[in-house]
Design a binder for this molecule. Structure first.
Ligand code: GLU
Length: 307
């Protein structure tokens, strides 16, 4: 089956070096196999996500020579236009008795931070009878959680190797819909990767712990799961993870200081694809790309990148 990779940015700010590192590897991996890529805009959160950031991100990727074959500015590839698909998946789960309404107020916050692994606390709402739940729904709009069993989900990550989690102990019943009606990242990403025929997910290692929950959703929804590669995060010299707030390493600042080839040279050395940081185009890296040379551990940003 031909490889289909994806870029799945959340347009909540200017792309930074860490996003770019993951996108470069996603692009190289798909292109090396002669595969295609989808660009899906993950704008589920209407407060944090702005179309202007998505347009800028696409322009930044084009500047770097990282192209895609589907999606991008096509409205149906923006998650804010795909609610009907998440609602249909939710109904499937609900019809199978796998969801329950939750009236606890902490859920909203849990759902906003997929990059930070948190075990969903055991919830008293799991034990409510349908009558009790219906009664409480009249007073408060609930969130919904997916009921998970004590089951170990194991998989082999293409870069990190064998991984496993006990769903109940390591994840807990996790939110799939917020009380304000917003769909959870975990549900949307699974529905979309399956609907778009994605076969290969390359993303930051901070999402490794979400993968067993997503594999469980693929299984209960009867959808084919992609293969996963979780790539290292980039760290500041003090060991801190780079974030969108590190404005000196966002694309605006980087584009003022480097040409696309210079930036790709530095990134490809960090990614183990070149011995030196010699300037290079994205296309020149495709034929020699090799996952075996990509480091597994988080990487301190090359000193040349720090102004
Ligand atoms: N939209 C997520 C982000 O920008 C990535 C989700 C994923 O790759 O599964 O962090």
């Amino acid at each position: 089956m031909p490889v289909k990779g994806r870029f799945a940015p959340s347009p909540s700010g200017r792309m930074h070096l860490g996003n770019l590192f993951s996108f470069l590897l996603a692009w190289l991996s798909a292109r090396h196999e002669g595969g295609s890529l989808v660009l899906r805009v993950e704008d589920l959160d209407p407060v944090r996500c702005l179309p202007a950031h998505a347009w800028q991100l696409m322009e930044d990727l084009e500047w770097l020579g990282l192209n895609w074959d589907e999606g991008g500015d096509v409205p149906s590839y923006w998650q804010s236009n795909r609610s009907h698909l998440y609602a249909a998946a939710f109904q499937t789960l609900e019809a199978r008795g796998l969801t329950y309404p939750c009236f606890c107020s902490r859920l909203q916050r849990l759902n906003e931070a997929p990059h930070i692994h948190q075990v969903s606390p055991s919830c008293p709402c799991a034990a409510l009878t349908p009558e009790e739940a219906a009664q409480r729904t009249k007073e408060k709009t609930p969130s919904y959680r997916l009921r998970v069993p004590h089951k170990t989900v194991s998989f082999v990550d293409g870069l990190q190797g064998p991984c496993s989690q006990d769903l109940a102990a390591d994840c807990g019943d996790f939110p799939i819909k917020r009380s304000d009606g917003a769909w959870a990242y975990q549900l949307a990403v699974v529905v979309d990767d399956a609907a778009m025929g994605v076969t290969q997910v390359v993303r930051g290692r901070d999402l490794l712990s979400s993968t067993p929950r997503q594999l469980w959703l693929y299984q209960v929804l009867g959808l084919p799961a992609p293969e996963f590669y979780h790539v290292p995060l980039l760290l500041a010299p003090d060991g801190r993870r780079l974030a969108k707030r590190d404005a000196d390493l966002d694309m605006g600042a980087l584009r003022r200081r480097f040409s696309p080839q210079e930036l790709l040279g530095l990134l490809s050395r960090m990614a183990g694809q070149q011995k030196t940081a010699e300037p290079v185009s994205a296309a020149q890296l495709v034929s020699t790309f090799d996952w075996l040379n990509v480091p597994r551990e988080d990487i301190i940003v090359a000193p040349e990148l720090l102004s």
